[in-house]
Design a protein around this ligand. Structure first.
Ligand code: DGJ
Length: 556
């Protein structure tokens, strides 16, 4: 078989990397930590903000890998989400082949990015399409879901114990391999399955499933759903009309949780499951979305049934901004770190700031948004145009992602994204209020951008010093006052008036002591120039340019 030069190069990279492995001093194992209800993904023992892009589903192959990097570099990612295919890893039962995994690691290291492998295994978008061929050909042993009419559907059964045992063994083998070959911790977190659940049936109605459906609901599920029911209540008795869906969520979560646990037992990297979402504002029946996945209405079941998963993550493709934002809120929980493993529709790119504002640990547009359609002959920059809305965010935040992650974990950061009709917002920081306005010109009032693309980030570095950045917005500050005085400030914001507040009967005015533009390099703010005069007299305006300001304030 003629091996293409791309594969030869990649194999050579693997060889080089393999020999270098021996000398690599193991780095700390990444972990998810929580403090005061805030989360951080610790990489090299410090908070890390995942600025990822997901490749397309069929891109994790040696012939394709080298083609991915021009777009990923344009995206300014620090992490790549990329599938690992069970049907490639275990083409023969019990024989595991990690050459592709090793190639992915070698390429990622060469491009100095981290990796989040997506374990495409029992479930991929509710189907078993990435199960090994030898399993697909034996549906008696590796059963599909059966619908109410007794017909097999294109979803794997969570009651197929042979599938579960095979998945656990293969995933544990993958995690064992990663532990052996990745002391530098290129891999920082692992997605277990992909959008697990079922389409075409609300649950498995097979006899194997029905036996459990007619049995008592596990007590931890009754507790999780805060249901007052008899201890031996069946699913139907406890949950009525929701019984089928909740039962499926428990069964799928239990399965995925056992696969994750098998992997964690050998290499305890952070692990998560991703959800195909329902419409949070108008969900409709489970026949209209993927039943059994970690959708917003069954997160507590997933938490109880799959404790080995560190978080549950929404694949947020909502086109209605209200639904998009509602889903961010629903997955931002005291028991769940917010992480967007997939998102899409370029008008949602501004909501990366909203994810930061909710303490999110990372964000990733999906393959269709980040992997330019590859025509190797097309070397024009235009082929990256579709990536720009996403790349714009990462180009700005990337150089200071560690600072942003740390400040967020410390609770010193707020970030917002413009919503239609909301022309300004106030972010409280103790003695100061940061005032964000959209669509303001000159000293004029904030009137909103024609298309809501504004976004702002404000982080407190010390009592009177802030780090600010954003796009298509104006940021200013006012001394914070009592509730009554804040109302006067709110009026002032709308009129774009001077940054002043009435405090204890005395007007206090904001003054900029210094407004320094700069960039972060290895954690150090590098001064570039001072803003003053027209650049500061009417508030600090951010356009589409990637500008970061360190602002020192005082009053008079
Ligand atoms: C969500 C899945 O998780 C992705 O793999 C992909 O199939 C998108 N849907 C659609 O492009």
């Amino acid at each position: 078989m003629k091996v293409s030069s791309a594969i030869r190069a990649a194999l050579a990279a693997v060889l080089v990397v393999a020999t270098m492995q021996a000398q690599v001093k193991p780095r700390p194992i990444p972990r998810l930590v929580e403090k005061d209800g805030r989360y951080a993904l610790m990489v090299d023992d410090a908070p890390y903000l995942v600025l990822a892009a997901q490749t397309r589903n069929s891109s994790a192959w040696p012939a394709r890998l080298p083609l991915l990097w021009p777009a990923l570099e344009y995206d300014h990612v620090n992490t790549v989400e990329i599938p690992v295919y069970w049907n490639q890893v275990e083409a023969q039962p019990g024989k595991y082949d990690f050459t592709v995994v090793d190639m992915i690691l070698a390429e990622a290291r060469k491009h100095q990015v981290h990796v989040i492998p997506l374990w495409f295994a029992t479930w991929k978008n509710g189907s078993q399409h990435f199960m090994p061929d030898w399993m697909k050909m034996d549906t008696a042993r590796y059963a599909h879901d059966v619908n109410r009419n007794g017909e097999a559907v294109d979803s794997p059964s969570p009651f197929a114990t042979a599938s579960l045992e095979a998945d656990k063994s293969a995933f544990a083998a993958l995690m064992r391999h990663l532990k052996e070959v990745d002391p530098q911790r290129t891999v920082i977190m692992v997605q277990v399955e992909n959008e697990p659940g079922s389409y075409g049936t609300v649950r498995d109605f097979s006899p194997a499933a029905q036996k459990f459906f007619d049995a008592a609901v596990p007590p931890e599920i009754l507790r999780a759903m805060n249901v007052k029911a008899a201890a031996n209540a069946t699913w139907q008795q406890a949950f009525g009309a929701d019984a089928d869906e909740y039962f499926n969520a428990w069964a799928v979560a239990k399965y995925v949780g056992q696969v994750a646990a098998a992997g964690k037992a050998v290499y305890p990297l952070p692990m998560y499951a991703n959800a195909a979402l329902r419409n949070p504002l108008n969900p409709g029946p489970p026949s209209g979305y993927e039943s059994g996945g970690p959708t917003d209405n069954v997160l507590s079941i997933w938490k109880a049934a799959a404790p080995s998963l560190d978080l549950l993550a929404p694949d947020n493709y909502q086109t209605d901004p209200a639904a998009y934002l509602k889903d961010l809120e629903l997955y931002h929980r005291a028991d769940n770190a917010l992480f967007l493993p997939e998102t899409g529709h370029p008008e949602n790119a501004r909501f990366f700031f909203k994810v930061l504002g909710l303490g999110g640990i990372g964000f990733s547009p999906s393959g269709g948004n980040t992997e330019a359609e590859f025509r190797p002959t097309d070397t024009s920059k235009a082929r990256f145009d579709a990536l720009e809305p996403w790349a714009q965010n990462y180009r700005l935040i990337g150089p200071m992602q560690r600072e942003v992650a740390r400040l967020n974990f410390e609770g010193k950061l707020q970030a917002v994204a413009e919503e239609k009709g909301k022309v300004s917002e106030t972010l409280g920081f103790g003695t100061w209020n940061a005032l964000v306005g959209y669509g303001a010109t000159g000293r004029g009032p904030a009137v909103g951008n024609a298309i809501p693309t504004g976004r702002a980030l404000v982080a407190q570095l010390s009592e009177n010093q802030f780090l600010i950045t954003g796009f298509y917005c104006r940021i200013d500050f006012r001394p914070a006052g009592t509730e009554e005085q804040r109302r006067s400030q709110q009026i002032a914001i709308g009129n774009g008036q001077n940054p002043s507040a009435l405090i204890d009967g005395k007007w206090q005015h904001r003054q900029f002591v210094r407004v320094e533009e700069g960039t972060y390099e290895n954690g150090v703010f590098k001064f570039q120039r001072m803003w003053n005069g027209d650049e500061t007299d009417w508030g600090l305006k951010f356009s589409d340019e990637p500008v970061v300001l360190r602002v020192t304030l005082a009053t008079y």
